[in-house]
Ligand binder design. Structure first.
Ligand code: NAD
Length: 297
């Protein structure tokens, strides 16, 4: 089993930046690749300001932050990943784009390198279709949760093509960066979204059917089920566009009503009310500390 020393991350958006940050903090040399310098710079700013906040809070020392930054290299050239032991893909959720990327990586990277995708809703088997059979055995899902630095879980997803030893190595890697891994097979939604998405969508259906108001549905699940946050506010936090596209992918895969996006969700996405990130969704976040339920009838 090759030791994983140098890690590549492709895509430095919401997930890639968080994933890069925790890998750096765990002591790995890390190369991050973006499509252009502006996006790379934006990703770096996110990583550096997150590390600075940890210093301010006394979680890490100033010297740890400097050392983490020294281990980071950013580039727009995929060839910089040639000597990485593990490459984690966190680019847009588009099968064609992921295929194009992995096809190139397969010819650039060492045969022993492990490839991982952070996809939320695509099939690992299908993404791995772009690479050679020997690499398919070294292809796994490493599904982090948002925000990656704070969420403890990583789903390690194996397809029937993945070597058992590679799954073990991915599990060990997740532990080495301070996460708790669970294993899932390559069924759309894996474990968390398989259970969470129908619940999130049912909360919207309950609202549509007039079972309760936005505030009451959320209050009910907080106080009656002991959830830290109500489902409608959680949907706003996840992003209504993200929920909509994961739900669609799951509906396409299973053709079961419980995964179908309800009309209200589709309308909110069409209106550009995507939740917390756009300032409006099921709640209005003009005052972010005191979100107010929207009137959606
Ligand atoms: N946002 C979430 O809650 C979440 C949670 C878990 C997993 N995911 C998955 O993680 C992946 C990334 O999602 P995100 O929310 O970070 O998206 P994002 O749009 O914030 O970031 C994607 C980044 O990838 C870059 N990119 C696109 N094509 C590239 C390429 N060929 N080479 C290098 N960089 C490229 C883009 O410039 C962008 O900065 C998706 O597969 C998504 O399904 C997202």
């Amino acid at each position: 089993m090759t030791e994983l020393r140098k890690i590549g991350v492709v895509g430095c958006g919401a997930m890639g930046a968080g994933i890069t940050q925790i890998i750096l903090q765990a002591g790995y040399e890390t190369v991050v690749v973006e499509t252009d310098d502006d996006r790379l710079q934006r990703g770096f700013t996110t990583i550096v300001s997150a590390l600075s906040k940890l210093v301010e809070k006394g979680v890490i020392a100033d010297a740890d932050k400097d050392a983490a930054q020294r281990r980071l290299r950013g580039t727009t050239e995929l060839s910089a990943l040639a000597d990485c032991d593990l490459v984690i893909e966190a680019i847009i959720e588009d099968l064609g784009a992921k295929h194009q990327l992995f096809l190139r990586l397969d010819s650039l990277c060492r045969p022993e390198a492990i490839f991982a995708s952070n996809t939320s809703s695509l099939s690992i088997t299908q993404i791995a279709g772009a690479v050679s059979p020997s690499r398919q055995a070294r292809f796994v899902g490493l599904h982090f949760f948002n925000p990656a630095p704070r969420m403890a879980l990583v789903e390690v997803v194996r397809s029937f093509l993945t070597d058992a030893a590679v799954v073990e190595q991915a599990m060990a890697f997740a532990r080495s960066i301070g996460k708790t891994p669970v294993q899932a097979t390559d069924k759309t939604g894996f474990i968390v979204n398989r259970l969470l998405v129908p619940y999130s969508l049912d909360a919207i259906r309950a609202l549509e059917e007039g079972v309760g108001s936005i505030a009451d549905i959320d209050q009910a699940m907080r106080l009656g089920a002991g959830h830290p946050m109500g489902p409608l506010m959680l949907n706003d936090l996840v992003g209504l566009d993200v929920l909509h596209s994961v739900a669609n992918a799951m509906y396409d895969a299973f053709r079961e009503r419980r995964f179908a996006p309800p009309p209200l969700l589709t309308r909110l996405v069409a209106a550009g009310w995507l939740g917390r990130k756009t300032g409006r969704g099921f709640y209005d976040y003009s005052d972010p500390k005191h979100p107010q339920p929207m009137s959606l009838s």
